[in-house]
Design a protein. Structure first.
Length: 166
């Protein structure tokens, strides 16, 4: 049972504001998993946003602001503050690289990596070697470089010897 259902079961219907929006159910202690009835309170959406802004809980602000139809710029500002906060706290999912490596390996193994079929050796991706580190050599002119996208996008299709049929 989710927290809104718990609130309704104990207090009855959730109030609505003058615009017809139902109130938000706020977790008083900030723990969204603590659905004890003493931890739940119904408040207007704007008040809910103000509480989380004051607490600098920008992830919650982003979710609430989206319900209030904030502009893309305002939502982007909350997202930026949330990301900065996660980096500062050491909880951002891109810190350390372990998540990216695991994701690249999973995508490669499942055959859904965006470099699939581009000539990149899938075992290299599975081993955690980024495509920017892969050496390439043109079969026509023997020019070499590093990074698969550079070869595929620029040199591989534009090689002058290949174009003139040499």
């Amino acid at each position: 049972m989710n927290y809104r259902q718990i609130y309704k079961q104990y207090y009855g219907s959730i109030p609505t504001d003058n615009n017809g929006r139902t109130y938000d159910i706020h977790h008083i202690d900030g723990d969204r998993t603590n659905n004890d009835i003493t931890n739940l309170i119904a408040i207007p959406v704007e008040e809910h946003l103000a509480i989380h802004k004051k607490q600098k809980d920008y992830g919650a602000c982003l979710r609430i602001a989206a319900k209030l139809n904030f502009s893309q710029q305002e939502l982007s500002n909350f997202a930026k503050l949330h990301s900065k906060q996660q980096v500062y706290n050491g909880t951002h999912n891109f810190l350390g690289g372990a998540i990216q490596s695991a994701t690249q390996k999973r995508l490669s193994e499942s055959g859904t990596h965006n470099f699939q079929g581009s000539g990149i050796n899938n075992s290299m991706l599975a081993d955690g070697i980024h495509s920017s580190q892969i050496q390439w050599s043109c079969l026509c002119c023997r020019q070499s470089g590093k990074g698969s996208t550079n070869f595929k996008r620029w040199h591989g299709n534009q090689c002058k010897l290949k174009i003139i049929g040499y």
